[in-house]
Write a protein that binds this ligand. Sequence first.
Ligand SMILES: Nc1ncnc2c1ncn2[C@@H]1O[C@H](COP(=O)(O)OP(=O)(O)OP(=O)(O)O)[C@@H](O)[C@H]1O
Ligand SMILES: [Mg+2]
Length: 227
Amino acid sequence: MLLDVSKIEAFYGASQALFGVDLSVAEGEVVALMGRNGMGKTTTIRAICNLNPPRAGAVRLGGEDLKGRRPHHVAKLGIGLVPEGRRCFPNLTVYENLVAAARPGQWTLDRVNELFPRLKERQTQMARSLSGGEQQMLAIGRALMTNPRLLILDEATEGLAPVIRQDIWKAIRRLKADGLSILVVDKTLSELLPVADRGIILENGRSAWSGKPADLTMELQDRYLGV
Ligand SMILES: Nc1ncnc2c1ncn2[C@@H]1O[C@H](COP(=O)(O)OP(=O)(O)OP(=O)(O)O)[C@@H](O)[C@H]1O
Ligand SMILES: [Mg+2]
């Protein structure tokens, strides 16, 4: 397994948010992490990256235990995170944002610009002047420039215009076709399920279901994901 998350527990102060979450991502696999609002998806991702380190359980990347690693070290070991709320450096240009994150590998400025032509047209613009969708593309581009072994996307299409969402889903499908391993959180099941090899559902900070998208029946969707 590329990523192996075993029985992690996480807290915000005294309040426990995760109660033993298990999940894994194999090389080249796209895994969908699902669950209603507040069920622990972002907390799981933050625990994996040691932004909010788990108090129990283990996270391994390529067999290596991430315990005690600083977040920047986790990034260096190969996790490219696109956090909820698309963070880039607002007062750097698009170009500066991309090269600031760069590490050697197959993902270069040219390839990111080819994946997101809208970014190419805006290389010298300040990130803060981009639309929400373009900032999201920039956040994904930044993560790719680190040449990650695993890309993690937390609600990368949330709140964006439909045509931009389509561009981002298209990019995700291309990354999958390219063989990149991806852990993805998104509420649009009609786009998410076809691209996912496997899915995991969290309920109240616990792994409640895991399986193939084809086995996620309407009944299960209603039970765990319905509004
Ligand atoms: N900074 C925080 N301080 C205290 N509690 C928090 C904090 N962030 C999240 N929580 C709580 O932890 C639980 C899990 O939240 P989390 O953000 O991981 O959910 P989520 O599945 O990502 O939800 P969403 O779909 O809304 O993004 C919730 O009960 C939430 O209220
Ligand atoms: Mg979240």
